[in-house]
Ligand binder design. Structure first.
Ligand code: NDP
Length: 604
């Protein structure tokens, strides 16, 4: 129970706690994650790549490789770069898209930008000699940086674009992974790194009647500029005579809505849960600041940010933005017991969310709309958003917020969207309904992985994952996975990818140099890692978690089954996770991995 501290706070913590509980109850649904559907069947067209020329063909390849990397986003590119730096050049990168970039290849919706400072979010800035033009770079600049990394490290020659892995099977005789692709390639790789991204499989809301809609529709991750006109920085002139509806008000929508509001004849925003939207204050990069940067500056800045958002005080706050502000809670240091710390943490959260709600009142003129735009949950229950034009968009006469009071859209008809029995006719319906996070790993990867004895990873993990460091799994030799499952989590997720890629490259290079043919975690090492994962989950469960408003962060509010707990990320902190990997590498013993030697390394 949170004690209200009279005179110290201008709100009633008890009343807020009750309000949060009621808002959460409204949103809990029996169907949880099953409320969503994927792009199969009538939605198959939603998944088409709008950015490539149709008709691409190339001859199928048959190759032996040291390493196959699945995914050409930041994870896959970093893996390739670190392999090159470690002297491993025999690798291929298989990527579904037509270029590098991953999320920044696909997400070209208007207004897309990084929400973590670009100087710490964009990888390899010092290595490529690039400085982003703004504190929060926009999507085209980030995509161009991905291409820059590809050129700088000569990765294009290793890439197989517009290609999907269809099956991966371990061959006990050759001690290699045999991989077949959608282009008929047959690749035999000693090691495989799966870097398929964490939020790449888009989902649609399973709203009744969704397939009956006769107007134009698409998901934000495949923005249809042929229909809207304009581009990622706006100017969607073809919407000037269109009634547009957008379903969802998460981080994507917050960035896209100001542009839709400026372009559409009429915009309806269908909201189930409002996002918390803080100040952005984007700035062009100051050339004088750039002149002060010394070698090693990027890593130093990344570590400073990571420490601050992990609640570890630093002498300076280099980034000084909405993120570091959220995690500033000096009062916490006064706590003498864990209970006192939890109470103070909750009070600080209430206070900061009160500021977010007060911001809505200062910007949105209509009081009913303003009230509906206020989030009532703890700050980290959903991805916090930062934007300086989003709330103001609701002051436009052509923009209407259609709040569903937590229930979601009732129905979709051939002509539009029904909420509270009222039909809103639209010409175009945009789904800003997000991505799968807690579905099966292989479902999100899009192919099955068959390890020793042909056993599929989906079967092995039916009761939840078993790994060492979230990267290796027994029965799947020489497979190195980059994912959230039993692995690190960070607000600046690229910092985890950076660490995973160095870790994987160290292991692979060492094996190749020393003639180690296979590596595989022992049962005991997996058990020990699970003990670490579970211990930290128990500690973390005391705040936020299950009490949060439903969303993809918390399995839509459903108490996770034991299997989902086994699939959870490491909850002991970003810095702690990074330290565990670094200490493991420093010991240089490949601890917890069973090794087999023999033969020499491949030389394709
Ligand atoms: P989200 O999952 O955050 O949002 C989906 C939205 O759809 C929610 O508002 C959800 O409501 C709503 N919704 C789902 N079903 C219905 C329904 N039946 N009726 C009405 N509304 C519905 O997806 P986003 O694409 O916005 O963001 C996903 C993640 O991608 C972010 O959290 C972030 O990590 C990342 N991202 C990062 C950005 C960056 O700047 N780096 C920018 C954009 C995204 P409810 O909340 O009630 O479930």
């Amino acid at each position: 129970m949170i004690a209200s501290k009279k005179g110290e706070v201008s709100f009633s913590p008890e009343a807020l706690k009750e309000k949060y509980r009621l808002e959460r109850e409204k949103r809990l649904r029996a169907d949880g994650n099953a409320q969503y559907r994927d792009f199969s069947g009538v939605y198959a067209d939603f998944d088409k790549d709008p950015y490539v020329e149709p008709g691409f063909t190339r001859p199928a390849l048959t190759e032996k490789l040291d390493v196959l990397i699945v995914g050409g986003g930041f994870g896959g590119m970093l893996a390739a770069v670190r392999l090159r730096q470690a002297g491993v050049d025999s690798f291929r990168i298989v990527e579904k898209a037509g270029d590098f970039g991953g999320t920044w290849y696909w997400n070209r919706y208007p207004g897309a930008a990084c929400d973590v400072e670009s100087y710490i979010y964009l990888p390899l800035l010092e290595e490529t000699g690039y400085i982003p033009t703004e504190k929060y770079a926009k999507a085209p600049e980030i995509f161009a940086h991905c291409q820059r990394i590809g050129r700088h490290f000569d990765l294009y020659k290793a890439a197989l674009f517009q290609t999907q892995v269809e099956l991966m099977e371990w061959d006990e005789n050759t001690r290699r992974w045999n991989i077949t692709t959608s282009r008929g390639d047959k690749l035999a790789a000693r090691f495989v790194i799966t870097a398929g991204g964490i939020l790449h499989k888009a989902k649609l809301p399973g709203i009744p009647g969704i397939e009956t809609f006769k107007g134009h529709s698409f998901h934000t991750t495949r923005w249809d500029y042929a229909y809207t006109g304009g581009g990622p920085t706006g100017g969607m002139d073809r919407l000037a005579d269109k009634r547009v509806g957008i379903i969802g008000t998460g981080a994507t929508s917050v960035q896209a809505i100001p542009h839709l509001g400026a372009a559409a004849k009429q915009l309806y925003v269908f909201q189930r849960t409002p996002s918390g939207v803080g100040v952005r204050d984007n700035q062009p990069t100051d050339p004088e600041w750039v002149k002060t940067l010394k070698p090693g500056w990027q890593q130093e800045r990344i570590l400073n940010f990571t420490a601050l958002v992990s609640g570890k005080p630093q002498d300076v706050d280099m980034v000084r933005d909405g993120w570091t502000y959220i995690f500033q809670d000096a009062e916490l240091r006064r706590a003498k017991t864990p209970e006192e710390a939890a109470e103070l943490r909750q009070l600080t959260d209430f206070r900061k969310m009160e500021e977010i709600r007060a911001r809505v009142d200062t910007i949105v003129k209509d009081p009913v709309t303003a009230e509906a735009l206020k989030p009532y949950y703890n700050q980290m229950c959903k991805r916090p958003c930062f934007h300086d034009e989003y709330l103001d968009t609701f002051n436009r006469p052509n923009v209407q917020l259609v709040d569903t009071d937590g229930k979601g859209v009732e129905r979709i008809t051939p002509n539009g969207v029904v909420v509270n029995g009222k039909e809103y006719e639209v010409d175009c319906l945009i789904y800003a309904s997000g991505f799968e996070l807690s579905s099966e790993y292989t479902r999100r990867m899009g192919f099955d992985i068959r390890g020793r004895g042909g056993k599929s990873l989906s079967d092995s993990w039916a009761e939840g994952a078993a790994t060492l460091h979230g990267m290796h799994s027994r029965g799947y030799p020489n497979l190195l996975m980059f994912s959230l499952t039993q692995s690190g989590w960070a607000i600046n997720f690229v910092s985890i990818l950076n660490e995973q890629s160095q870790h994987a490259a160290y292991i692979i290079a060492r094996c190749l140099k020393q003639g180690i043919e296979t590596i595989e975690p022992t049962e005991q090492a997996q058990q020990q890692w699970w003990d670490v994962i579970l211990g930290n989950l128990m500690k973390a469960a005391s705040f936020g978690g299950v009490e949060c408003t439903p969303g993809y962060f918390n399995n839509e509010g459903a108490r996770p089954p034991p299997s989902a707990m086994r699939n959870a990320p490491f909850a002991g902190g970003t810095i702690e996770f990074i330290d565990i990997l670094r200490d493991w590498r420093k010991a240089d013993e490949l601890a917890g991995l069973e090794l087999t030697r023999g033969g020499t390394s491949s030389n394709p």
